[in-house]
Each structure stands twice: as C-alpha cells, then as structure tokens.
Ligand binder design. Structure first.
Ligand SMILES: [Fe+2]
Ligand SMILES: [Fe+2]
Length: 242
C-alpha cells in the first residue's frame, strides 16, 4: 500500500471508530433514560406492545373484570351497551392524547390506576367505596363513545406520491357537552351517587370556561373526589400520554 493510500485508509478507519463510538454513547444514554424514566419506559412499552393485538384484548378483559365486580343495578345493561359500542376501539382524542385505536380504553384504565393509588396513598382521611372509584374513573369519558370517526385526507408519502391518509375526526351524535354528557349517559343505565355525579360532571376541572370556576371551586370543596378525578385525568393525559 503506498503512503497516500495508507493515510486515506487510516483516516477512514479512524472516522468509522469515532462514528461507532458516538453511536455507542447515544445508545447508552437512550438506554439509561429508558431504564430510569418510568414514564418514558411506560410510553416505549405501550408503543411496542400496542402493536400486538393481545394487548388490547388484555386491557379489555381487565376493564370488564373491574366493571363486572361493581355491584350496581343496571351494570349488566351498561356493559352490554359498551360492548355494542366503539368504546374498546375508540381513541381518547383526535390528536392530543391516546389518538390511536384503543386509546379511550387505555386512558380510562390509567385514570383508574392513578385515582386508586392517589386515594390509597393520601394523607387525608379520604373514604370512597371501591365501586365509586371504579365507576368515576373507568366511565368518566363514556361521552366519547360513538363520538369519533375515521376520515381521510390527501398527503404525500416518503416517495412524494399523494395518498389517502386516515385521521380521527369528531362526529358528535349526542351534543350534550362532556362531563354532563357522561353523567346523562350513565344514568340511563345505573343510578349514580351525588358524589359520583359531581366527580364525573366536573372531571375536566379548570379546563372548563372561566365563568364556571366559582361553581367548580364550590363543587371541589363539597366533594374532594372532583379534584382527585381531575388530577388523575390530567396525569393520565400529560404524564402518560394515554
Ligand atoms: Fe374527559
Ligand atoms: Fe379523561
């Protein structure tokens, strides 16, 4: 090998080494984040697992198991309604969180998990029945049933070719609001306690219009469950992106 060729070979090998070293460091940092960040780990897992059909089936089983354990007259009919609706396949929103098939189911389960933990670990002397926790958490967003539809728009793919791309859009067949709509829909099947009605009605908390803040504040003072459900809902949305 002549001197010039040797130098070129050496430089090429050296830059390969620098590149591999950089990639190794990036991979190590990514792995560190994934292993040490619970939220990130959860999101990575969710994205991987959700691709497996099994995962949505497991979530559906867990949801139904929890709801079936609630002793409330009319629950059987309510479950039948959910099974005949798009509850188990609907997204949680069009693009803000849980905007994928099964997003609403995953979001509802996450809110339940967070609310249950929040109440269990609270230093305040909070007492709610298991049934109440399940109903308000798992069903607070029942208003999103039969609410989204898939539409198509034109977009260029990576090769620059136009194609139809599906996206979620809203088609509200029962325009009755949000929290209040969930209460209305639920009371068509089961009786809710006053506290449950308040917690579901106001679960959007301070994302309600400003004019309602005073009423909301009074509701929270009267029924702390209102704020707890709102917090669990926010955490599920923003910390876990469900
Ligand atoms: Fe909601
Ligand atoms: Fe929600």
């Amino acid at each position: 090998m002549c001197k010039n060729k040797k130098t070129t070979f050496f430089i090429r090998e050296q830059s390969k080494c620098v590149y591999l070293n950089k990639m190794y460091k990036i991979k190590k940092i990514l792995l560190w984040f994934i292993e040490n960040d619970e939220v990130l780990l959860y999101n990575v897992k969710r994205k991987i697992y959700y691709k497996e059909r099994n995962e949505s089936e497991k979530m559906k089983e867990k949801f139904l198991e929890l709801l079936n354990s609630v002793k409330r007259e009319g629950m059987d009919e309510l479950i039948k309604f959910l099974e005949s609706s798009d509850f188990f396949t609907a997204p949680a929103s069009t693009r803000f969180h849980g905007d994928y098939e099964g997003g609403l189911l995953e979001h509802s389960l996450k809110v339940y998990e967070l609310l249950e933990e929040k109440i269990r670990k609270s230093e305040l002397n909070l007492e709610f029945s298991e049934d109440t926790i399940k109903i308000v958490a798992l069903l607070h967003d029942i208003c999103k049933v039969n609410f989204y539809k898939i539409d198509y728009r034109n977009a260029k793919n990576a090769l620059g070719v136009w194609e139809k791309v599906p996206y979620y859009t809203i088609e509200d067949t029962i325009p009755y609001g949000h929290g209040e709509k969930s209460v209305m829909m639920l009371t068509e099947y089961i009786k809710l306690t006053v506290e449950e009605k308040y917690a579901i009605r106001w679960h959007m908390g301070f994302s309600e219009p400003k004019e309602l803040y005073n009423t909301l504040g009074q509701a929270i003072k009267k029924y702390p469950l209102v704020l707890l459900v709102h917090e669990a809902d926010l955490e599920a949305t923003y910390f876990y992106n469900t």
